[in-house]
Ligand binder design. Structure first.
Ligand code: 13P
Ligand code: SF4
Length: 301
């Protein structure tokens, strides 16, 4: 029996389901029951029949699945797969902003720790942030942790006053506009599709800006045949699989999230066999962090 067959058998035996983000390695995407962006995965995690969720992603994703589904067992193939940006805000600053601004909503990107979520009014992902911020009654928005996503939303919701936090994704923020321009010269017919975690200069030369699912949908529906993709290189698998006639290019320095790549078939098999790497969230922390996540699911409907 090969490793994929072993995983499929154990999944049935243990009543487990596998969720995966588009940034994990292709062979892990292939064994997933559900694959998507972080918004899709958080929605899908609610209401699953299976008792165990194996979450192939990074810690804030497994944590969110546990917060929303306390009765389920959530396993992470690699417990050290973390998102650096998830830690780039702090409770002290949030409380200071609450004292400084009247009528303030603390909007928390889902790429954040459970602790940060407890200090927030609502969570968002890149797929629903504009819709949710528009729907909030508050005039002032303190957006944590990502400054790039915050600036992108602020441009589209000019009626709100934004206060920025200096967090960023090391993978997306590092992408250089010069490399995007170079790729454009090499592929003059290609459209540039970018994730809003990229720096402003990259977004300024992009034809489309959206979540990982947004980028995949756009390229799939487009009549164009060539695309320069400005997000983590894991999306290449789904893009090429769904669009065999189209060409996808990345910048010379390919963006790689080493934490997402910690998810391997061997580790998926191991957690299914042993039940190791279970996600635990203390009940007090869980109850407080559940509210902004549930508000996101409600407002994004
Ligand atoms: P998506 O919400 O687009 O899946 O992005 C998640 C992420 O971690 C981007 O770096
Ligand atoms: Fe976090 Fe960036 Fe990796 Fe996404 S790509 S999980 S934001 S470090």
């Amino acid at each position: 029996m090969n490793i994929v067959e072993k995983i499929q058998n154990l999944k049935k035996e243990k009543n487990a389901v596998i969720l995966a983000h588009y940034y994990v390695p292709p062979e892990v995407q292939e064994i997933a029951d559900y694959i998507g962006d972080s918004f899709y995965l958080s929605k899908v995690a609610v209401g699953l029949q299976e008792q165990t969720i194996v979450f192939c992603g990074v810690s804030f994703m497994g944590e969110s699945a546990k917060i929303l589904n306390p009765e389920k067992t959530v396993l992470m193939p690699d417990i050290y797969a973390d998102c650096a940006m998830a830690h780039m805000a702090d409770a002290k600053t949030i409380e200071k902003m609450r004292e400084t601004y009247d009528d303030l909503a603390v909007v928390c990107y889902i790429n954040s720790t459970a602790e940060l979520k407890t200090h927030s009014d609502v969570c968002v992902t890149s797929a629903n942030a504009v819709k949710i911020v528009k729907a909030l009654p508050n005039k002032n928005i303190f957006f944590i942790p990502d400054r790039n996503l915050a600036h992108f939303i602020a441009e589209q919701v000019p009626e709100k006053h934004f206060v920025y936090n200096e967090g960023y994704c090391p993978v997306h923020d590092k992408m250089q506009v010069e490399e995007v321009e170079k790729a454009r010269v090499q592929h003059p017919n290609a459209e540039v599709l970018s994730h809003p975690e990229c720096a402003k200069a990259v977004l300024a030369v992009s034809d489309y800006i959206g979540s990982t699912s947004g980028i995949i949908d756009y390229a799939t529906k487009s009549e164009k045949e060539e695309f320069i993709i400005c997000t983590e290189n894991g999306v290449r698998h789904k893009l090429e699989k769904d669009n065999p006639g189209k060409k996808f290019y990345f910048t010379e320095t390919e963006p790689v999230c080493t934490d997402m790549k910690r998810n391997t078939l061997e580790k998926v098999l191991h957690v299914l066999e042993t039940g190791e790497n279970e996600v635990h969230v203390g009940e007090d922390l869980r109850i407080k962090s559940q509210m902004p996540l549930e508000r996101m699911l409600e407002l994004a409907k």
